[in-house]
Write a protein that binds this ligand. Structure first.
Ligand code: GLU
Length: 508
């Protein structure tokens, strides 16, 4: 899940889309791109690297239009490169029909995608056989050809997307434009978020509300399976059963600033209440109904994970405790041996690394000095691969690890880790489940464990509903000077983390 911003307007939208991509940078990405409906048809620019690099490219080769789509990519299928950057386009083939598209210059259909298409191999074979030429290694490209194919069979863009998404397995948010229908943008979502912004004589689509706050405060949140068509004047949504639906209007009352305290007396409380949302975001686009989606840890990760014979987790403080929890689960659920170690000690050892050992490091900030030093030490020590679980996309640890899973908890200001810790546990659980599946975990138990993950945000909300009872219980402890936390099994590290939090916050 990275970022999508799209617009159908009466004014040039290039700058607005690029500014939108900037606000989505916090999600992490490796390339950026844009396609605009220009006077001569659809034109695209895309590049590996930062949004800044895309801006520089656009300064050299300007394109402008009143509708278009923009994207930041976090590669899952195909390396980060210009060629694999979105928007994906389908060129002329399949569109030279009665809709007159053959007379339009440039690309015929352009599409941006966040998520993972699981059945891309099968679709690619089918579309290649029908004559479509593939130019990238991404899973996403099958969708643009599928939409083009369906348009060549006489469907308009909306119907083509509606029919195409029925063929897709996996998780996606997409935005699609066609040279044949200037001014129209079609979107769809399943497993990855998408919102619709309502402007004055203009409409927008985006992965979340932040990129659109400068242009509107009025939104609809799309639901699972929804397909939407926007132009500057109108919008139309159908649900997964093709029924026309309206989604409730929400007025955003938040500031563009992510770290406002709002109604909460302090950040820690705010962050405690953000856990259900943070956990939902950590899971978004990463699990299907019954399985963890392929390559969520990065390009080629699944092949590597298949080879893993043991796991070595190295971290500090709260992240170390999360690692200790994961050890119980890795051994119990996945049957994979695991050791967990504090980074400040590990970095001074000369580790003897058994073959096919995966090094996993966990850090909220991605800058923890001992953890970063441990990662560098590990990279010189002959591990099969290094994987970082981290919350800050631009951090050193993310840049230096071979593979990364972002926790997407958002900024954490409070001293005691709350949502960063819970999302680390969730990210580690995804690793445990994936290793379990690749190492022959019973399929029924596996599917059930994935199914349970879907309930986590709700369960966290139920726990938070007990707030008043916790406040009453706290009265029993308020004048105590010593505390002892007890736990067994995976609750032993949870007890250690509880003790750490109490010490950090109360100095008891
Ligand atoms: N799976 C797609 C790719 O690798 C999209 C990744 C994303 O969510 O940005 O290109």
């Amino acid at each position: 899940m990275c970022g999508i911003v799209a617009a159908a307007s009466h004014r040039p939208v290039g700058d607005l889309l690029i500014a939108g991509l900037r606000t989505l940078e916090y999600r992490g990405y490796d390339s950026a791109g844009i396609a605009l409906q220009t006077e001569s048809g659809l034109e695209r620019q895309r590049i590996q690297g930062k949004v800044k690099a895309l801006e520089d490219l656009l300064a050299r080769h300007p394109i402008e239009g009143v509708s278009g789509i923009a994207h930041t990519r976090w590669a899952t299928h195909g390396v980060p490169s210009d060629r694999n950057a979105h928007p994906m386009t389908s060129d002329a083939l399949g569109l030279n029909g009665s809709n007159g598209a053959s007379t339009l210059a440039g690309h015929q259909v352009a599409l941006v995608h966040n998520g993972i298409i699981e059945n891309h191999d099968e679709l690619r074979d089918e579309l290649s056989a029908a004559g479509h030429m593939f130019t990238s290694e991404t899973d996403s490209e099958v969708m643009v050809h599928l939409v083009a194919q369906l348009m060549s069979e006489g469907n308009d863009l909306f119907d083509a997307v509606r029919l195409a998404v029925k063929r897709l397995h996996g998780a996606f948010a997409i935005a699609v434009v066609s040279a044949a229908e200037p001014g129209v943008v079609v979107g769809a979502r399943l497993g990855s978020p998408m919102v619709v912004g309502l402007g004055e004589g203009e409409h927008f689509l985006a992965s979340d509300v932040y990129p659109l706050l400068p242009v509107t405060k009025r939104f609809h949140y799309l639901e699972e399976g929804d397909v939407i068509r926007i132009d500057r004047e109108s919008l139309r949504i159908v649900d997964a059963d093709d029924q026309k639906v309206e989604r409730p209007l929400k007025i955003a009352d938040m500031d563009a600033d992510l770290v406002q305290r709002g109604e909460y007396p302090h950040y820690m409380l705010k962050e405690i209440y953000e856990q259900p949302q943070a956990v939902a975001e950590t899971l978004e686009g990463r699990i299907g109904p019954h399985r963890v989606l392929p390559n969520i840890f990065g390009v080629g990760a699944d092949e590597m994970l298949q080879r893993v014979k043991q796991v070595h987790i190295v971290a500090c403080g709260t992240s170390f405790h999360a690692g200790l929890v994961a050890r119980y689960q890795l051994e119990w659920l996945a049957g994979v041996p695991c050791t967990v170690e504090v980074a400040s000690e590990y970095r001074y050892r000369s580790p003897v690394v058994p073959p096919d050992t995966l090094f996993v490091t966990i850090s909220q900030s991605g800058e923890t000095a001992d953890t970063l030093a441990a990662l560098r030490h590990a990279k010189a020590s002959g591990y099969l691969s290094t994987l970082a679980i981290c919350n800050v996309p631009e951090s050193s640890i993310v840049r230096e690890a071979d593979l990364v899973l972002m926790t997407r908890a958002g900024p954490e200001i409070g001293v005691a880790s709350t949502k960063a810790f819970t999302t680390q546990l969730v990210a580690l659980q995804l690793l445990v489940l994936e290793l379990g599946r690749l190492h022959g975990q019973d399929e029924g138990a596996y599917a059930e464990a994935v199914g349970q993950l879907h309930h986590l945000p709700d369960l966290l909300n139920q726990a938070l509903d007990l707030d008043e009872e916790f406040a009453e219980l706290a009265q029993l402890f308020v004048d105590k000077h010593h505390a002892l936390f007890l736990g067994r099994g995976s609750h032993f590290p949870i007890a250690m983390e509880g003790a750490l939090k109490l010490k950090e916050i109360s100095y008891i």
